[in-house]
Design a protein around this ligand. Structure first.
Ligand code: PMP
Length: 361
């Protein structure tokens, strides 16, 4: 990340009184604190103390079985043995990038994509591109994309699979927001269509909480052993305590009810942010997200997104500058990713008014 932008974003996050339309963090009100605390005590008291002990690199069998069962319900025939638990989706992406993509190649991505994945690819000498040919693989968020909050249509899905098959290259499927679609439909993962090509990545960060840092990777059978070696040599295994806590939590919780609650919490916030934008910044373009935490907006004149971020912070609102998401890293015309997840409705509306003042200069 650009150091100047990084410093601005940290400054914005640290200032008292700043309204947060940046970050794209889940709402802390939804963290199931009480239930997690109860799970914590149970796993700590367990006589074998497995939550405090080393485990195998692939992770706890019970939690792997839970993940596999959820994927089976969405149409992907996954066995518990095929799931590798990771330190968040980010580590799953890092392992997939290491074992899936031929060194030095180009990776086909959406024109706007997830910054930490783009940064990961670039750090590994891979080049994100919007081209669809001459690539060593694809990175996609078919169920729901970050930053736009859109899922792939049936035609786009088929086209992506056809291109990967024709070129014989893998697809890294980032499924981080699949269960936070407002329509409650978690689509059939690409994993269900092409086991030999798809590296499927998921996480508990968006639906339970990111602080536990637990995600997963389902690699194609031919790559599973290499993925496991990459996992083992990176950190031996994902945090035992966090895995045990989640396994216990999920055994006691009604996860579908928790997801329903989250969707009912976020959907009105998305509408509220959209309304505020239409009112205060009618020339800016955006489409309503289908889920997730954010709206991608494009401004209507040339400028610089870092300057806009700076002006916004002076007005008391933080935002995420668009260049971080753009595969071509363009600063102009400025685009922003705005989060509706972290602030209640009135503060979203006031935050947009502050942003409009920053834009007016
Ligand atoms: N993929 C996407 C699309 C994300 O938005 C995020 C979190 N911002 C991640 C992966 C990483 O999530 P985790 O906390 O599980 O590492």
């Amino acid at each position: 990340v650009d150091e100047h932008i990084d410093a601005l974003m940290r400054d914005g996050a640290a200032r008292a009184g700043t309204f947060s339309l940046g970050g794209g963090l889940p709402a802390s009100e939804l963290f199931p604190r009480r239930a997690l605390a109860a799970s914590f005590l149970r796993v700590i008291r367990e006589p074998g103390a497995s939550a405090l002990q080393y485990g195998w690199p692939e992770g706890r069998p019970g939690l792997r079985a839970w993940v596999a069962e959820r994927l089976r319900r969405r149409g992907a025939a996954v066995a518990a043995e095929e799931v590798i638990l990771t330190s968040g989706a980010q580590q799953a992406l890092a392992i997939a990038a290491e074992v899936a993509f031929a060194a030095g190649g180009r990776i086909g991505c959406d024109a706007e994509s997830y910054p930490a994945a783009l940064a990961l690819f670039r750090a590994r000498g891979l080049t994100p591109t919007v081209e669809r040919t001459g690539v060593v693989g694809f990175y996609a968020m078919p169920a729901l994309s970050n930053p736009r909050g859109h899922g792939l249509g049936e035609d786009e899905r088929r086209a992506l699979l056809a291109r990967a098959r024709a070129a014989g290259v893998p697809i890294v499927e980032d499924d981080a927001y699949a269960e936070l679609r407002f329509d409650g439909r978690s689509p059939r993962p690409l994993l269900a269509e092409a086991r030999a090509l798809v590296f499927h990545v998921g996480t508990f960060s968006k639906t339970i909480c990111p602080g536990l840092r637990v995600g997963w990777l389902v690699a194609p059978p031919d790559f599973r052993q290499r993925a496991l070696v990459a996992k083992h040599t990176s950190d031996l295994e994902a945090n035992s305590l966090a895995q045990a806590l989640l396994e216990d939590f999920l055994a006691h919780a009604d996860y579908d009810a928790l997801l329903d609650r989250a969707r009912r919490f976020y959907a009105p916030r998305a509408r509220r942010l959209a309304e505020a934008l239409r009112r205060a910044l009618p020339a800016w373009r955006f489409t309503l997200p289908e889920g997730g935490f954010t709206i991608w907006v494009e401004t209507d004149r040339e400028g610089d997104d870092a300057a806009l971020l700076e002006a916004a912070i002076r007005q008391g609102v933080s935002v995420d500058p668009g260049r971080l998401f753009r595969v071509d890293q363009r600063a102009s015309p400025p685009a922003l990713r705005l989060s509706f997840a972290s602030e209640p409705g009135p503060r979203l509306a006031e935050g947009v008014e502050r942003l409009a003042r920053a834009w007016a200069g």
